[in-house]
Design a protein around this ligand. Structure first.
Ligand code: MN
Length: 192
């Protein structure tokens, strides 16, 4: 936990090239922690025989979960694939469903994949210099379709909370896969 007083102004560093922060706390997600979230579980098992690749990490400040505060930080999603499915974040709904989020792409390329509890789905391309607005009530996951790390800066309501379980149980309606050498949005054959 950092020592910031969230009732006072403060400054915090984020490296423009790496997305890392010397101040923020780092959380890392390895393939072993999300192997069942990729469609091709056999390909995931095969990759894990050779090691346990780091899929993504995020750097954030441990914002107090108070209404009115803003949580923010960076996500660094590494390039790679499990079978033909690109490396992605777990994805989540916010516990307070009606809370939005902004992601600004610092570098790299990919997709923001979104869906709401009614099954409406949206995908937006992530390109450096553009910010994507993730509206209230939509689960969101980022996917790296490039060959470099995908670095994003995000901001959301401090008390929004995270619901990872719904996505872990049901999966996503849409997958981003490599098809004929290019990224494609396809239906998830395993969606429950
Ligand atoms: Mn979020």
């Amino acid at each position: 936990m950092n020592n910031f007083n969230w009732d006072k102004s403060f400054l915090v560093d984020f490296d423009i090239k790496t997305g890392f922060s010397k101040t923020a706390e780092t959380t890392k997600r390895y393939l072993s922690q999300m192997k069942d979230m990729f469609c091709d579980t056999e390909a995931a098992a095969k990759l894990l025989e050779a090691g346990d690749p780091l899929v993504y990490e995020f750097h954030e400040l441990g914002c107090p979960e108070r209404a009115g505060d803003l949580a923010f930080g960076t996500t660094i999603l590494y390039p790679g694939k499990v079978g033909n499915e690109y490396f992605m974040t777990k994805g989540h709904f916010h516990t307070i469903l009606e809370t939005a989020e902004v992601y600004w792409t610092v570098s790299g390329e990919g997709y923001m994949v979104m869906e709401n509890p009614e099954g409406d789905t949206m995908e937006e391309r992530l390109t450096p210099g553009q910010a994507v607005y993730v509206p209230r009530s939509y689960a969101h996951r980022t996917v790296n379709t490039g060959t470099e790390p995908l670095i994003l800066f995000y901001v959301f309501q401090g008390d929004a909370g995270h619901d990872y379980g719904t996505i872990e149980t049901k999966g996503y309606h849409k997958l981003i896969v490599e098809k004929d050498g290019a990224p494609a949005v396809v239906d998830n054959p395993k969606w429950k």
